[in-house]
Write a protein that binds this ligand. Structure first.
Ligand code: S5P
Length: 256
């Protein structure tokens, strides 16, 4: 059901206001591309955000890999996001007891619109984030349900845990990071990394499929592209290319 519904219809059915906002951005910009800004400094991060801004719906970060990340950088990033109309997505992969995640969220999650969570520890960490976020309608969580790399856990029981957590926290969870359809619920999103137009993998176990395969066959709503964009000599042009390929694949999918 999720796969054949248009983003417009799914935005109407959305439970989480941020899902509605994100799908609004996706349809107005005709972009279901998230660029993963895996760079080495905040200057590079802000430059990349400006370059790819017009082509993305989401910018994903790992701020723990940036030695110079600060509140001021977060603020500058927020203003670039406002200027180009995209949301900020910190790939925190929180996985701990609630009390610890509450502290981690304050430090490296609170600045972003959306964070990632690995929900193997029970409901405590989701409760912690729901309590810490002053306004739940402005903060979202994506559950990492299935990973792109070689040897990743493929467990029906874990995927069921993810679905159940999404059900228990409908006002916090926006969807999943996964390589396949975790849920048919049209109000939940599938974000899929491991996408490249040129590479099939890297030397450390990453595995890639094309944007067409990710969206058309594996059910991604939004593709996540890192090095396919960041290592290009022209990141804006590379992002525009992924944007076009992923959005066309989505249009094809809902036509069926
Ligand atoms: O299963 C996953 C989940 C994630 S969030 N596989 C991934 O690769 N990621 C992230 O997506 C990873 O941490 C990296 O930031 C990005 C993929 O980067 P790329 O350079 O391989 O496109």
């Amino acid at each position: 059901e999720r796969l054949i519904k248009t983003f417009e219809l799914r935005a109407d059915a959305a439970v989480h206001p941020l899902v509605r906002s994100l799908l609004g951005i996706v349809t107005s910009k005709r972009s279901n591309l998230c660029v993963s800004a895996d760079v080495s400094s905040c200057t590079e991060l802000l430059t990349l955000a400006q370059q790819v801004g017009p082509h993305i719906c989401l910018l994903k970060t790992h701020v723990d890999t940036l030695p110079d990340f600060s509140d001021s950088v977060a603020q500058q990033l927020r203003s670039v996001a406002q200027q180009h109309n995209f949301l900020l997505f910190e790939d925190s992969k929180f996985v701990d007891i609630g009390a610890t995640v509450a502290r981690q969220w304050e430090r490296r999650g609170a600045w972003a619109d959306i964070v990632t969570v690995v929900p193997i520890a029970g409901d405590g960490l989701l409760t912690a984030i729901a309590q810490a976020a002053l306004d739940n309608s402005k903060k979202g969580v994506i559950l990492v349900a299935e990973m792109s790399s070689d040897g990743a856990l493929r467990s029906a029981e874990y995927q069921e845990m993810c679905r159940a957590a999404a059900k228990r926290f409908p006002h916090l969870v926006m969807g999943f990071v996964s390589q396949s359809s975790i849920s048919q619920s049209p109000w939940l999103l599938q974000l899929s990394p491991g996408v490249s137009v040129s590479a099939s993998g890297d030397a450390l176990g990453q595995r890639y499929v094309s944007p067409e395969c990710s969206v058309g066959e594996r059910g991604a709503d939004v593709i996540i592209v890192g090095r396919g964009v960041t290592t290009s000599s022209d990141p804006a042009a590379a992002a525009a290319n992924y944007q076009q390929l992923a959005y066309s694949a989505y249009l094809e999918r809902v036509k069926r």
